[in-house]
Design a protein around this ligand. Structure first.
Ligand code: PLP
Length: 399
């Protein structure tokens, strides 16, 4: 009965398994029809023109930064309260990572502090929809437009979330999702970039496959494309390029998602609305239970957006407590409640400290948040009994 309750967990049902098995029996294990089918389904779901499926959410951020034009010597901006990928995607391309502190209430990037971090070298702004609540996209986009900088929304937590009646995925220049098993829907590993911009989509696709293309319209060295070079140069007729001919036009990566994974993704996506519904139900029960405990601070929600609730973050009101966060954490783990902490501020990681000289007190709001944050279990497969056990355990440990 008292099993360990993790902070997140996927739901895989028979129809999901059947979808993968069907693909295994088909001609295409990878680079086949399930990929475009999954891409189209996600694009439709989030109201975007293009979707590009890739191997991970991290790969999606890497592709998006490449498409945005990030290159060596540039700067990208994100917030410290995020997973390493939101900064690393800039590092992969030789850029510097600048941070902007979070809002004390939403834990998302503070648009009021954004403009001072922008320089002539800033090539991408990467707001992170932390816990699944969309960032202040209107404010962020208006600042970005003024400086002509692309916005890459890190929506690894927020597929299915809504910002001022718009689906996340239809708002920023580029938006990325992750399909890691703890996220809303899963392909084991997987990610997706969505965009309404034809050119950005094309760049993402190019980067996904080594920077290689064989599209007739995109050939740069057309004279190599045909045994009859003059005719090709004159007419650029589709059939004048030899079928074997392709070009590597940029240094991309091998970031494809397989057909097996996309088949799983298609099946999972059908369940997204129900998964989010259950997450919101649990959140309502948590909010009701924890708002009565004066030592706990429940997550603040803006009324003009709908959180998809990847995470439920409690903040401990430490000045009212005689226990440290560490003690609360250890006691709950001993009771088999899979609490966690999201995230250690990225600027405080050894690699970032060493590379950029970041230190404690650089981003005080993020650090204060981190010192008192506690992630508690939230996933659609949680039973009412498990939810109650989490509540009772927390109220017992923090009393
Ligand atoms: C999970 C996550 C990612 C990376 O996704 P992967 O699929 O694990 O590579 C990026 N950003 C945030 C905020 C995430 O939570």
């Amino acid at each position: 009965m008292n099993d360990f309750i993790p902070y997140g967990k996927q739901i895989i049902e028979d129809d999901d398994i059947e979808a993968v098995l069907q693909t295994l029996k088909s001609d295409w294990l990878t680079q086949g029809p399930k990929i475009t089918e999954f891409e189209q389904a996600v694009a439709d779901k989030v109201n975007a023109k293009h979707a590009i499926a890739v191997a991970t959410g991290t790969a999606a951020l890497h592709c998006a930064c490449f498409a945005a034009g990030v290159t060596a010597g540039d700067e990208i901006i994100t917030s410290p309260i995020t997973f390493a990928s939101s900064g690393n995607c800039g590092l992969f391309l030789g850029a510097t990572v600048k941070f902007v502190d979070i809002r004390a209430d939403t834990y998302c990037i503070d648009p009021q502090k954004l403009e001072t971090a922008i320089t002539a070298k800033t090539k991408a702004i990467i707001p992170v929809d932390f816990t699944g609540q969309p960032c202040d996209m209107d404010e962020i986009i208006s600042i970005a437009k003024k400086h002509n900088i692309p916005v890459i929304q890190d929506a690894a937590h927020s597929i299915g979330a809504i910002y001022k009646n718009k689906m996340v995925g239809s708002i920023a220049d580029l938006t990325i999702f992750s399909f890691h098993p703890v996220k809303h829907i899963t392909t084991a590993e997987g990610g997706m970039i969505v965009t309404n911009d034809d050119q950005l989509a094309k760049q993402c696709r190019l980067f996904r496959t080594h920077g290689i293309t064989n599209s007739n319209d995109d050939m740069q060295l057309v004279e190599q494309a045909s045994d009859n070079e003059n005719q090709y140069l004159k007419t650029r007729e589709a059939d004048s390029k030899a079928a074997w001919y392709y070009e590597m036009q940029a240094l991309g990566n091998k970031y494809c998602l397989t057909d097996m994974q996309c088949a799983l993704g298609i099946s999972q996506l059908k369940k997204l609305d129900n998964f989010i519904k259950r997450r919101r139900e649990i959140v309502a029960v948590y909010n009701e239970a924890f708002s009565k405990n004066k030592k706990l601070i429940i997550p603040f929600q803006e009324t003009d957006r709908k959180n998809a609730f990847h995470l439920y973050m409690l903040k401990l009101n430490l000045i009212k407590m005689d226990k440290s966060r560490r003690k609360v954490f250890d006691e709950l783990r001993a009771m088999k409640i899979g609490v966690h902490v999201h995230y250690i501020p990225l600027h405080l990681q050894p690699y970032y400290r060493e590379k950029f000289g970041y230190k404690r007190n650089d981003f005080p709001v993020s650090e204060e948040y981190y010192d008192s944050a506690l992630t508690i279990p939230l996933f659609p497969g949680m039973t009412d009994e498990q939810v109650q056990r989490v509540i009772d355990s927390i109220n017992q440990v923090v009393s």
